[in-house]
Design a binder for this molecule. Structure first.
Ligand SMILES: *Cc1c(COP(=O)(O)O)cnc(C)c1O
Length: 365
């Protein structure tokens, strides 16, 4: 039996009766879109993050698109983000017609390097999207200070960081808005697609509610051109069950990560760097090594799943060729793409499995 990167079946089995009951009750209610489960989840997520409001949408990508649209960002505008993230962080900037501008990453946290951020701001810059990569937060308070000086909006891409903290404040709650994804493999994952925006700005929240529903406040009266982007009742009901376990699961991941930190110390590997003010949730546990291929081969031969996050930095993606970036523009992100490898890290992982994984890694030196 191999060890998977994430074991969603094992997680389901721990909560099966509750999940099955929640799904059946939605089927029974025959309310499937924009119903009470979604409204309740919005309130619960807002309370969990410590913000005034939350707006559920169809996925984490739409969450970013709708926020950018609601903030009036479009053609001629620039938005700054990290080149070391999932494609959607920058794809959405391009989708609304604006131009993604990248800033290199910090070699310790792999998050946007805040020392270089200000250099990227121009008269066209409208917003900054800090991404909390692998579940460790960016210092958003510092991003907000910089943004305030130039009158910019800050949107936290917290797709990988629900429940993570920085100085005791939760991911998504520090910027003008924060976005989450409920893709099945995220720390709070549904059994399909889902997303959410959290914000303290009531006006922004009401704009988002219009945009997700074809620009309507009242059915069949369209105030603006919008989208069809809703979280369905079945997903909302599942997520409400899972939200109750999120802190416990995040704590489980932190324990597994600390155990790896012990087991793998003193090897010629770079372990996940830790900002002492951040409380990460280890969406992924990512090692860095210049012997990555050898490490991958040995893990795979031993039946241990592993995966590269991310193989190509965004500035070198073919789809962004028109932006005119070249190799060498963001050397830290490029090096991370050559060296990063995620190994299994989830609450159901056993100490014995971690020992097995560590012993294989030790063989690579
Ligand atoms: C998953 C993810 C998204 C997109 O979320 P979807 O729900 O898959 O659309 C955006 N940004 C980051 C950093 C992600 O990891």
């Amino acid at each position: 039996m191999g060890i998977p990167l994430l074991d969603l079946k094992a997680q389901y089995l721990t909560i099966k009766p509750e999940i099955d009951q929640a799904v059946l009750s939605v089927l029974d209610s025959a309310r499937f879109i924009l119903g009470p489960e979604m409204k309740a989840l919005e309130q619960e997520i807002a309370a969990y993050c410590g913000v005034r409001d939350a707006v559920a949408v169809a996925n984490g990508t739409d969450a970013l698109v709708l926020v950018l649209k609601a903030m009036g960002i479009g053609p001629g505008d620039e938005v700054i983000t990290s080149p070391f993230t999932f494609f959607a962080s920058a794809e959405t900037i391009a989708q609304v017609g604006a131009t993604p501008v990248f800033v290199d990453i910090d070699p310790m946290t792999l998050n946007m390097d805040l020392n270089q951020l200000e250099d990227k701001i121009t008269s066209k810059t409208k917003a900054i999207i800090p991404v909390h990569i692998f579940g460790q937060m960016v210092d958003v308070e510092r991003v907000m200070e910089i943004a305030a000086r130039y009158d910019l909006k800050v949107i936290e891409d917290a797709a990988q960081a629900i429940g993570a903290e920085y100085r005791g404040r939760r991911a998504g709650s520090l910027g003008h808005a924060g976005t989450f994804s409920f893709f099945p493999t995220k720390n709070l994952g549904g059994y399909g697609d889902g997303g959410m925006i959290v914000t303290d700005d009531n006006y922004l929240a009401s704009e988002l509610r219009m945009l997700r529903f074809h620009g309507c406040q009242t059915k069949y009266y369209h105030e603006k051109i919008g989208y069809n982007s809703r979280l369905d009742e079945i997903q909302a009901a599942i997520l409400r069950v899972k939200l109750k376990y999120l802190d416990q699961w995040n704590e489980g991941r932190r324990q597994k990560a600390e155990n790896y930190d012990q087991l793998l110390q003193a090897l010629s590997l770079t372990l996940p760097g830790r900002d002492p003010l951040a409380k990460p949730i280890y969406h992924l546990y990512v090692l860095r090594t210049d012997r990555r291929q050898e490490l991958m081969d040995k893990l795979t031969a031993a039946g241990i799943a592993n995966a590269i996050y991310y193989p190509v930095p965004l500035h070198l993606q073919r789809a962004f060729r028109y932006l005119g970036y070249k190799e060498g523009d963001f050397p830290v992100a490029e090096k991370a793409c050559r060296e990063a490898l995620a190994i299994p890290c989830y609450p159901e992982l056993t100490p014995e499995q971690q020992e097995t994984i560590a012993s294989v890694i030790k063989n690579v030196r």
